[in-house]
Design a protein around this ligand. Structure first.
Ligand code: FES
Length: 105
């Protein structure tokens, strides 16, 4: 599936990754700016924060309780905030669009 990342300055990057990987892993593999992923995907650092584009929120779904707790710590929390390591890519998410915040943490 393809995932498009849009930075806070409007830079657009579309990359492709395999089903089953997380959005964070795919971003890191392709060197997408704005995703840090310090904890390696354990839902423990919140440096993989993204804003899911409005059209995609329903398909992506809401954060789990643990993820929602971590989202309390991010700056720039908005509707659509998710930790990208907790979004598993599946075929139904082909074309997913997420926005990366101006800074992580
Ligand atoms: Fe650490 Fe997502 S990579 S919370």
């Amino acid at each position: 599936p393809h995932i498009t990342f849009i930075s806070s300055t409007g830079a657009v990057r579309t990359v492709e990754g395999p089903v089953g990987q997380s959005v964070m892993e795919i971003a890191k593999r392709h060197g997408v700016d704005g995703i840090v992923g310090e904890c390696g995907g354990c839902c423990a650092c919140a440096t993989c924060h993204v804003h899911v584009a409005a059209d995609w929120r329903e398909r992506v779904g809401p954060p789990s309780a643990d993820e929602a707790d971590m989202l309390e710590f991010v700056s720039e929390r908005r509707e659509g905030s998710r930790l990208s390591c907790q979004i598993r890519v599946r075929e139904a998410l082909d074309g997913l669009v997420v926005h990366t915040p101006e800074r992580q943490g």
